[in-house]
Structures are given as structure tokens and as C-alpha cells.
Design a binder for this molecule. Structure first.
Ligand code: SAH
Length: 243
């Protein structure tokens, strides 16, 4: 009879390579970040938990690691930025609309460095994330690899047309702002689903001279589409085509 050799179970150990400047345990820094977000109005416990779990410092360049838990957007290359933690939290809180449990399939337009996709993976059954810049699509893949997130699907392409193969989506979130919400996104949103996106508009009405970008929440109901315009935001432009 073959003897069975007992296999020693590897113990879970704390990540050894926490970058300099963050101290021994980056979870304490994240906890403080979440406390600040909560003081500013973040009340969704699941979003608080997800923001506390994802190591934002792993998504920024080594020279910016010390700023990773400040509430600021940071450059990620190719003229793009990782969104501020408060904006990521706010948009996902809106997207979840206080519903208990995980969202179903979520579509993200603008993968960037992959940070928001990682946060979403804690809150959705599947995440489809599209990026139009090859360099950032590759960067996000490298950044996300160590997390082994089997439910995150990174796609290279023009997110203006959405991703029909994954539709219908329970939720759609855009990290880049255009002049209007593309019809493809609305078509690919499930009835009962919600979309959150930055959109350029004229706060002073149609004839007004000034334009501003604001967060728009769109609900797709059996009766039709309902849009709500919320606070001003500053996102990089939504562009068509790939590069
Ligand atoms: N969620 C990202 C934010 C990245 S910034 C993060 O956590 O880092 C927004 C991204 O949207 C940029 O990388 C930009 O290249 C991308 N983008 C702009 N227009 C796009 C389009 N039509 N399709 C896909 N990605 C687009």
C-alpha cells in the first residue's frame, strides 16, 4: 500500500512586499482612508469593506506609492489617471443603490490601471472591463494578475459600443466622460439595472455658454429610462476607437 505523505499546509502570511513609506501593514492606512470616506458620507458597508480590501498602492507607479491612500487622482501613464478613492466609492455606492448582496454582471468602461475593476470584483458576480488603450489594458492585466480574480474579464476595445457578449448587465459604470450616454450602454443594461457615468452638459440650460461635467445616474425601468444629474466631477474624456 502506498504511504501517504502528509502535505504541510502553507500558512497564509502577510504580504511581504509592502512598499517603503507605507510601513509594515498597509491595511491600517487603508482603514484610515475608509474612515475618512465614511466621515465624508460613504455609508454602504459593502463598499467600505471593498475599499478597505483593495491595495490601491499596487496600482500606481512606485514613485507615487506614498500618495496611494490620499484622496487624489494620480497619473497612470498615457495621459490617464486613476480616479480618486472618494469618487470610486461614491460611484459604486450609487451603482449598488443600497441593495443587499452582490450585484450581477457589471460592465466598466475605462479599465485604466485596473483599480476600480478590483474594487468591483468584491461587489459583483462578474466584472467586464473595457479599455481602449493597449498600453493600459496590458498594465491592468499585470496589476491584477497577483490578485487572481477569476471573475474579472479585461477586454481591449472601444467601450463606446459596450460589450454586447456580456449583456444584459445589472450595472454599468464609466470612468471617462462623453457628451452623452451612448445608446449601446442603455441597450446593454438590464431592465431594473443602473448606469453611473460622468457626462458633459450645460448646467445653465441648453443656450448656456458654460459646459460642465456631472455625474449622471440612469435607471432602466419597465416604463423607460430615468436620468438624474448629480454633482460636478472631473474625468478624462471618453474617446472612440482604440490606440
Ligand atoms: N477605472 C480606472 C480609471 C481610468 S481613467 C482606474 O481605476 O484606474 C479612464 C480610462 O478610460 C482611461 O484609461 C481611458 O483610456 C479609458 N477610455 C476612454 N474612452 C474609452 C473608450 N471609448 N473605451 C474604453 N476605454 C476608454
Amino acid at each position: 500500500m502506498p504511504t501517504s505523505v502528509p502535505v504541510k499546509k502553507a500558512k497564509a502570511v502577510a504580504t511581504p512586499d509592502v512598499p517603503h513609506g507605507l510601513g509594515m501593514d498597509s491595511s491600517a492606512v487603508r482603514r484610515r482612508m475608509v474612515e475618512k470616506l465614511t466621515a465624508q458620507g460613504l455609508s454602504d458597508a459593502l463598499v467600505q469593506k471593498a475599499m478597505g480590501a483593495v491595495e490601491r498602492h499596487r496600482f500606481v507607479d512606485s514613485g507615487l506609492v506614498n500618495q496611494a491612500y490620499e484622496d487624489t487622482s494620480l497619473p497612470i501613464g498615457l495621459g490617464q489617471t486613476i480616479s480618486k478613492p472618494s469618487v470610486v466609492a461614491r460611484m459604486i455606492e450609487l451603482l449598488r443603490k443600497g441593495v443587499d448582496g452582490r450585484m450581477g454582471r457589471v460592465l466598466e468602461i475605462g479599465t485604466g490601471c485596473g483599480y476600480q475593476a478590483a474594487v468591483l470584483s468584491h461587489l459583483a458576480t462578474e466584472v467586464y472591463s473595457i479599455e481602449r488603450l493597449r498600453g493600459l489594458h496590458d498594465k491592468a492585466r499585470d496589476n491584477l494578475r497577483p490578485f487572481r480574480l477569476s471573475t474579472v474579464h479585461l477586454l481591449f476595445g472601444d467601450g463606446m459600443v459596450g460589450y454586447a457578449a456580456g449583456a444584459p448587465y445589472a450595472a454599468i459604470i464609466a470612468a471617462a466622460g462623453g457628451d452623452a450616454i451612448p445608446q449601446a450602454w442603455i441597450d446593454q443594461l438590464a431592465v431594473g439595472g443602473r448606469l453611473v457615468a460622468p457626462v458633459w452638459g450645460k448646467p445653465g440650460g441648453k443656450g448656456a455658454a458654460t459646459t460642465a461635467q456631472a455625474l449622471v445616474v440612469l435607471d432602466k425601468t419597465p416604463q423607460g429610462v430615468r436620468q438624474t444629474v448629480l454633482e460636478a466631477v472631473h474625468f478624462v474624456p471618453l474617446k472612440s476607437g482604440v490606440a
